[in-house]
Design a protein around this ligand. Structure first.
Ligand SMILES: [Zn+2]
Length: 364
């Protein structure tokens, strides 16, 4: 352990578990604890021995979701591999080798063992969380999706102006008609100024008012939707939540239980970032969906490029996280733009696009 890595400050997001949303905080690791410097100037120290992480820390960890048994319900999300690596050094009980079997209950051992086996047999990048996500019955995924959408819309209005809703359904239908086997995507727009979009479990997608306002064409919104559909098809939201909840809570869900921290799912999902590979998979689906729908890919390319410039270095999960954490934006744009070569029509006629863009303005 090099002492220079201790006392270094890391940017993080802290949710106290009582109010929705998360505060921007900085954290530092000392020999005895994890010090959280809150925005108001106060600080909280979580003893190293009382910490738990959503999943065991590995050398491949891209972030850390930390909880402390002294403060039930509170979660700390620290993006980036450096903090995770430092934490693994000062709190080795959180590493994969130590924690792999410790928390597993006997009745889920079979699931975990199967998952581990699948990892070895199939492909190296298939995680146990992805395996468990694949085992979740549609009913459970729908329940998870409802809970996530519910917690995201708890304190925010759902925009439901009739004309806008109809336009959005028309666009969703045009895109999802190209997906095989068929998926029943449902898109909800929330009155939230943040520019973002989230795929949530059970083929649900949440778009924000900020995103609709920032978009300059229906092709841009179509591109974002197609990308989020790609995450849905690959079960990325389910996988991310299973990762964040921990395998044992997910197994409880699987067995019809409450899954423990379900109330916090929305907050967790907003904080999650996907890996670069996952973003690439979502892009590949988006390009296929757009080309089969005969919608130009220039829309998604323009939108990503503009957002990447505006959001450089900030943003948390969802679209914002994808744009800020992945340096490969230029390569992704090149791939998207190279795709064009079919005759496209606007994703929505002009009048419907106006209805969609302004669907949060009208009184409901
Ligand atoms: Zn994405």
């Amino acid at each position: 352990m090099h002492s220079s890595t201790l006392h270094q400050r890391f940017e993080a997001r802290f949710s106290n578990g009582q109010t929705a949303g998360a505060d921007e905080v900085t954290v530092e690791l000392t020999q005895t604890g994890l010090v959280i410097h809150l925005s108001g100037g106060d600080s909280v120290t979580w003893p190293l021995a009382k910490l738990a992480t959503a999943e065991p820390l590995t050398t491949h960890a891209i972030d850390a979701l930390v909880t402390c048994s002294e403060t039930p319900g509170a979660t700390l999300f620290v993006p980036g591999p450096k903090f995770a690596r430092t934490l693994a050094q000062v709190a080795p009980q959180l590493t994969a080798s130590e924690a792999r079997w410790r928390s597993a209950r006997p009745w889920i051992w079979a699931t975990v063992a199967l998952a581990a086996l699948a990892v070895f047999i199939w492909q190296a990048d298939l995680s146990p969380a992805h395996f468990v996500a694949n085992l979740l019955p549609d009913k459970v995924r729908e329940t998870m999706g409802r809970q996530v959408v519910g917690s995201l819309t708890e304190r925010r209005r759902v925009c439901d102006a009739n004309a806008g809703r109809a336009a959005l359904d028309q666009l969703t239908e045009r895109l999802s008609a190209t997906v095989s086997p068929p998926r029943n995507f449902h898109v909800v727009v929330v009155d939230w100024g943040l520019v973002n979009a989230f795929a949530t479990p059970g083929e649900n997608i949440v778009l924000t008012r900020g995103l609709l306002e920032q978009a300059t064409s229906s092709d841009e919104v179509a591109g974002v939707l197609a990308h989020e559909m790609g995450h849905g098809i690959e079960l990325h939201p389910e996988t991310g939540l299973v990762r964040a909840m921990g395998l044992s809570a997910a197994a409880e869900l699987l067995m019809g239980g409450s899954g423990g921290t379900l109330g916090n799912l929305g907050v967790l999902l907003v904080q999650l970032s996907y890996t670069r590979d996952a973003e690439g998979q979502a892009d590949d689906h988006a390009l296929e969906i757009l080309s089969k729908s005969k919608i130009s890919t220039k829309g998604i390319a323009n939108f990503f490029e503009r957002m990447a410039k505006q959001h450089r270095g900030k943003g948390s999960g969802g679209l914002a996280g994808m744009l800020s954490t992945h340096p490969g934006t230029q390569q992704r744009l090149a791939k998207i733009l190279a795709m064009e070569g079919y005759s496209a029509t606007p994703a929505l006629p002009a009048a419907q696009w106006q209805s969609l863009k302004t669907m949060c303005e009208e009184s409901s």
